[in-house]
Design a protein around this ligand. Sequence first.
Ligand code: HEC
Ligand code: HEC
Ligand code: HEC
Ligand code: HEC
Ligand code: HEC
Ligand code: HEC
Ligand code: HEC
Ligand code: HEC
Ligand code: HEC
Ligand code: HEC
Ligand code: HEC
Ligand code: HEC
Ligand code: HEC
Length: 447
Amino acid sequence: MMISSAIVPLLITSLMIIPAPADYGDDCTASGCHDDFQKKAVVHDPASSDGCDVCHTPLPGTDHEFKFAEEGAELCVQCHDAFEGKVRHDPVEEGECTVCHDPHASANRFLLTQPSVGDLCLDCHDGLRDDLSYVHGPVAGGACTACHDAHASTHRALLLKTGTEQCYSCHTEMKEAMASRKHVHAAVEDDCSGCHQPHGGKNPTFVKSSPPALCLDCHSDLEEALAEAAVPHKPVSTGAACGNCHNAHATKYEHLLLADPAELCFPCHEKAVKDEGSNLPDMRSFLANHPQHHGPVGDNACGDCHAVHGNSNFRFLVEPYPSRFYAPFKEEDYALCFSCHDSEMVTEESTDSATGFRNGNQNLHFIHVNRKVKGRTCRACHEPHASSQPSHMRESVPFGSWRIPVGFRQTTNGGFCASGCHKPYRYDRLTVVENIPRTSPVETANP
Ligand code: HEC
Ligand code: HEC
Ligand code: HEC
Ligand code: HEC
Ligand code: HEC
Ligand code: HEC
Ligand code: HEC
Ligand code: HEC
Ligand code: HEC
Ligand code: HEC
Ligand code: HEC
Ligand code: HEC
Ligand code: HEC
């Protein structure tokens, strides 16, 4: 910090020699010699009541020579507080009361040597407002003593209060808002200065940096995760970044989310997202037009399947899931689905219980999915989000530029598929439908 030399400390010396005027009486002010003090707006009580000798003691044997009654701050401490405290302001520590106060009188409140508190402080701390593109209201207004004690304090940096109380003393509307919000950011409860600079700064609202950097400063786990994420989610690092989904202070939703989880994703995903290789459907209309919502989608828990900050799985799914229509079967590649559904539905070749997709005991999930090459992935038949069919069956499957109709219909104990993949087939769990050669038409397969 720069201490300017504009105020040259007037050290109170032990001896003052004031040449005696030719003609003076006993009374310093009534004589007319020192009545100028009393003409100022603020007159120090002992100087106004002619208590000059409280501070100036005539030197014995001299005509008009004086010494101070006490040295340095002791002169003042005769009547005032010594401003003891864990943290003492440097000029107070040095006993330089008169750098800031005129001992006799002043045009300014508190007998200040400068027109205002701000002018006084900035005279020594003159670099303080330099380089601040955005200056905090009270700092711009020179109200330094709204936060600092000019003399001493029990808190660091001479602060009047600590933590949030310092800020809430003026930001009462925010204090009330925080008290009424259900979820308050631990960082806000802790100390506003985790994010804001008290005097001002280069950013609007003088946050130390903008999100995401501001947030990742503390959320270092997430910082590492994002750095490693091969499939990032664009809004996490662009535009308002973290602020696209979170409020930095508090909200009524869990995880400081800006909106109810049922709405959070839709400001962006209610229109098709087409950019840099992304071509994503309008999810809001898709869900509205497909009334059977898959369990977690129905619970508005997109986060059960998507790691919304991004990760290294296809579509930043929380667990692996194949990205293509065909894939050689490996159980771990379907960890997403098998985190909620039992993998036996695909791994058991023959079963009377692991799946309803069976012809007698013949597991048709096994037949379709569990193959060394060209296993059909779940998307060949199911919609992960929502469908208009039972069992979250799709109406059609994108296959290159063609949409293959699935043509699924449920029957009492099985189902019927008239898909574009093969001839219509039927399965029945109780009465095995005779194996029909794959290539021949299925006349009997009328449900
Ligand atoms: C509270 C202590 C105090 C009182 C009371 C006081 N003085 Fe002073 N006076 C000082 C100090 C300290 C200085 C040294 C200059 C400085 O630091 O501002 C001073 C300096 C002076 C000076 C030197 C020149 C100047 O104006 O700075 C004169 C003259 C003077 N005082 C006269 C008086 C008279 C007359 C009275 C009574 C009406 C009086 N003082 C009351 C503390 C006091
Ligand atoms: C003889 C007692 C006495 C001494 C010594 C004394 N003061 Fe005071 N001071 C007072 C009284 C009385 C008041 C007015 C009542 C009050 O505000 O506390 C006062 C008020 C003040 C004020 C407040 C003025 C305002 O506008 O509110 C300041 C600042 C101050 N003194 C500074 C000093 C400094 C600096 C010294 C030493 C150079 C000093 N005083 C020495 C008695 C004294
Ligand atoms: C760095 C400047 C500075 C120094 C040094 C300083 N003061 Fe002050 N003082 C102030 C300011 C500014 C105020 C007005 C406080 C406010 O704005 O609330 C003040 C207020 C006062 C007051 C009146 C209000 C109160 O807090 O009681 C007194 C008395 C006082 N000072 C005495 C002293 C004495 C005695 C010393 C030396 C021990 C001293 N000051 C040193 C800046 C200073
Ligand atoms: C006469 C010069 C001078 C004036 C006037 C002055 N200061 Fe200081 N201030 C200093 C010095 C010297 C330091 C100690 C060196 C440093 O911290 O850079 C200091 C330190 C500080 C500190 C840091 C204290 C710490 O322990 O962290 C604060 C806060 C402060 N001043 C606020 C103020 C405020 C508010 C005012 C106006 C009421 C003010 N200063 C007026 C000289 C001054
Ligand atoms: C809104 C409250 C607030 C206001 C108003 C304020 N300060 Fe501060 N100031 C602080 C806080 C909080 C710190 C402590 C920063 C830290 O250490 O984290 C501080 C620190 C300081 C320091 C120590 C060095 C530094 O920069 O960290 C100085 C000097 C200082 N302030 C001077 C001033 C001056 C001069 C003014 C008026 C122009 C002023 N302050 C106004 C809150 C404030
Ligand atoms: C002395 C009163 C006062 C104190 C204490 C105070 N503020 Fe302020 N603050 C204001 C005023 C006045 C404004 C400007 C008016 C406005 O924008 O609300 C402001 C504005 C702000 C803004 C910017 C608002 C915007 O929309 O640009 C932030 C951020 C802020 N304060 C944070 C803090 C923090 C953090 C603290 C505690 C270190 C604090 N304030 C302490 C009075 C205060
Ligand atoms: C985790 C970081 C963080 C913490 C801690 C924090 N803020 Fe903020 N604050 C921000 C961000 C980021 C913004 C900008 C929000 C925006 O632009 O939408 C902001 C904006 C503000 C604003 C202006 C806009 C508004 O919402 O009114 C004020 C005032 C404010 N903060 C005060 C405070 C106070 C007071 C505290 C402590 C009680 C605090 N902040 C704690 C990050 C934080
Ligand atoms: C000064 C440190 C700090 C900064 C900066 C910070 N946070 Fe936090 N944040 C915390 C702490 C401490 C917690 C509570 C412990 C935890 O959950 O990690 C927390 C928790 C959270 C939570 C979880 C709340 C919950 O209930 O699950 C979210 C979300 C969050 N922060 C978002 C943000 C965002 C967004 C930003 C940037 C605007 C940010 N944080 C900046 C310290 C910080
Ligand atoms: C697209 C919306 C979105 C964006 C952008 C976003 N988050 Fe989140 N965040 C969420 C959701 C939703 C949750 C709730 C938990 C979940 O579903 O994973 C969450 C949870 C959190 C949590 C608490 C739980 C956890 O995972 O640790 C923290 C901390 C967090 N976010 C910080 C951040 C930070 C920091 C940023 C910016 C780098 C950010 N978020 C950006 C949506 C978002
Ligand atoms: C602020 C806008 C915004 C919000 C809010 C948002 N997204 Fe996104 N999302 C995008 C953009 C832009 C893309 C395309 C770029 C990309 O892939 O990151 C995208 C892509 C995606 C993708 C495809 C990723 C890929 O592989 O290309 C998924 C999945 C996704 N978002 C899920 C969600 C979920 C779940 C939520 C709610 C928790 C959500 N999004 C909230 C803007 C948003
Ligand atoms: C049950 C797990 C699951 C849930 C819950 C889920 N998704 Fe998905 N999501 C997926 C899977 C699997 C894919 C990949 C689909 C594919 O490529 O066949 C995907 C893909 C996406 C895509 C990329 C476009 C597409 O349709 O392939 C977006 C955008 C998306 N999800 C958004 C969301 C949103 C928003 C939510 C909450 C409403 C959500 N997801 C909930 C599993 C889920
Ligand atoms: C060839 C189409 C097809 C493929 C590929 C497919 N399924 Fe199915 N699945 C069905 C049909 C048809 C049903 C309805 C069975 C019934 O109840 O009649 C079904 C039912 C289900 C059920 C309900 C419980 C049960 O087993 O009856 C779950 C869960 C399920 N499938 C998950 C998956 C998963 C996970 C994948 C990928 C590993 C997948 N399916 C692949 C056609 C398919
Ligand atoms: C977070 C848990 C979760 C994940 C992950 C999950 N599901 Fe589901 N799934 C459910 C729940 C709960 C139900 C039952 C409610 C319903 O029918 O939607 C269900 C039902 C189903 C059904 C319909 C069952 C029936 O009998 O009608 C199918 C098909 C299905 N899931 C397929 C999948 C596929 C394919 C995946 C992987 C892409 C998957 N699920 C991942 C929770 C999950």
